[in-house]
Structure formats: C-alpha cells, structure tokens
Design a protein around this ligand. Structure first.
Ligand SMILES: Nc1ncnc2c1ncn2[C@@H]1O[C@H](COP(=O)(O)OP(=O)(O)OP(=O)(O)O)[C@@H](O)[C@H]1O
Length: 239
C-alpha cells in the first residue's frame, strides 16, 4: 500500500529532515507515527501527499509511484487519500453537511450518490443530528468528527491523521482515536502521527518511531516511549 524506499529529504536550508527511511505499510494496517518535535513526522506526511519531493529514494502509494507522478495528476492522486489535521480546517461558511458534501462535489460525484453517502458518513461519526450546524456551533471534538467524515466520504484507500487530537481534551481524544480505529476496521489503511502517549500505549497498534529523521523503532502492538525498546535492548544484552 505504502512504500518508502531509502527516502531522504534535505530542505533547501540544508536540514536533513529524513535520512534513508525505508518503510512498508500494508493495506488495512493501523500505524502510529511517533517522535519528538522536529523528528520528521510532518515531512514524511508531506512527502506522502506529494507536497514536497524526496531528495533521494522512491515513494509508492497504491498504484502510484510518486517520483513519476505527472504534476497534472497530483490532484487526482490526493483525492484517493483522506487527511485530517490538528486544526480541523473546516470551511466556516458551510454547514456540517455542506462541508462533507463539498468534498464529494469537487470529485464530480453524482448528486444521487452524494445524497446517500453524506448522511451515511455523518451517522458513522455520530453527527447526523448536527448536519445543519456551522463549525463555530460545534465543540472541538465534533469539528474533528466532521473533518473525519469529510476525509472518508470519498472512500480513500489511505487515511492520514496529522496530530488529530492535538487540540482536544483527553476524553475527546479517545473518542477520535476510537473512531479512527472503527474506520480502520472497515478496511481503510490508517496512519496517525501523534504525541498522545497514553492512547498509543493502550491501543497497542503498530508503532513507528522517528528520531532525527531516522526510523528508530518499528514495533507491532507497540508503545510510544523509546525507553521500552532501550530497556529491551539492555535486557537482551544481559541475557
Ligand atoms: N520547509 C522547511 N524548510 C527547512 N527545514 C524544515 C522545513 N520543514 C521542516 N524543517 C525541519 O525539518 C526537521 C523535521 O521537521 P518536521 O516538521 O518534519 O518535524 P515533526 O516531527 O513533524 O515535528 P512536530 O511534532 O513539531 O510537528 C526539523 O528540523 C525542521 O526544523
């Protein structure tokens, strides 16, 4: 589904944000991407969205080799990926329904399909009753649910969440992560960049940790902290 093959990214100012990253994410996986501030998580996501290009290496997403993707096809490629951000990014002058509807309209979806699909995803995220509200009438958690509905309405094969709970309280953060898990269980591959240590530790999903541009840990059913793996390494040396 997603392949990074020996990918490096050096920004024009000389910062090496990613260094020789090789990573495979299979179809249907749920992956947490963790790492301290400046580790390279956003760079990895920007590369996936083809907002930036790697200095070296190859990135493959589904049937797309991003290195070979012509500029005019980038918008079509991006429509196959759902994305949610920390700051929700809803259109303030559109209602909840219209925000989600708009994401389908720009793909040229037929109105009959839109009328069926929008209420479906809104009920999936538990917001059917808020369809006529505007974003400013919603709580942060509700706004993030709308953003999630919008991200999945076109049935993406990959859903990326960049620090989706960064602006939310702990209980609401849990609700959003559980929703991401539900979406994953319905078949969508999910990649979540997060600092939410407690949630990562208790959900026991695959955890990929980046530190200074390198993958330093890739654990199935993993935990957030590096200490755990350091401890394991120490233990292994002792045994
Ligand atoms: N446009 C840019 N030009 C130059 N350097 C950049 C640029 N964007 C990011 N960097 C640098 O690249 C490194 C990785 O940054 P990145 O934004 O990928 O980290 P991050 O893990 O997403 O951090 P955070 O958790 O704070 O969002 C950092 O040293 C950062 O300063």
């Amino acid at each position: 589904m997603v392949k990074f093959i020996n990918v490096s990214k050096k920004y024009p100012n000389g910062v090496l944000a990613l260094s020789d990253v090789t990573l495979t994410i299979d179809k249907g996986e749920f992956v947490f991407l963790v790492g301290s501030s400046g580790a390279g998580k956003s760079t990895l996501i920007k590369l996936l969205l083809k907002e930036i290009d790697p200095t070296e290496g190859e990135i493959i997403v589904g049937e797309y080799n991003l290195n070979k993707l012509p500029k005019k096809e980038i918008p079509y490629y991006r429509r196959k990926i759902g994305i949610v951000f920390q700051d929700f990014r809803l259109l303030p002058n559109k209602t909840v329904y219209e925000n989600v509807e708009f994401a389908m309209q720009i793909t040229g979806a037929p109105s009959k399909l839109i009328r069926r699909q929008v209420p479906f995803v809104l009920s999936l995220v538990g917001l059917a009753h808020k369809a006529k509200c505007y974003p400013h009438e919603l709580s942060g958690g509700e706004q993030q649910r709308v953003a999630l509905a919008r991200a999945i309405v076109n049935k993406p094969t990959l859903l990326i969440a960049d620090e989706p709970t960064g602006n939310l309280d702990p209980d609401t953060s849990w609700e959003i992560m559980k929703l991401l898990e539900d979406i994953n269980k319905r078949g969508t591959t999910v990649l979540v960049a997060t600092h939410a240590k407690e949630i990562v530790d208790s959900m026991r999903k695959r955890v990929v940790a980046i530190d200074r541009g390198k993958i330093v840990k890739d654990q199935p059913k993993g935990v957030y902290s590096y200490e755990a793996s350091d401890a394991q390494v120490l233990l292994q040396r002792w045994i």
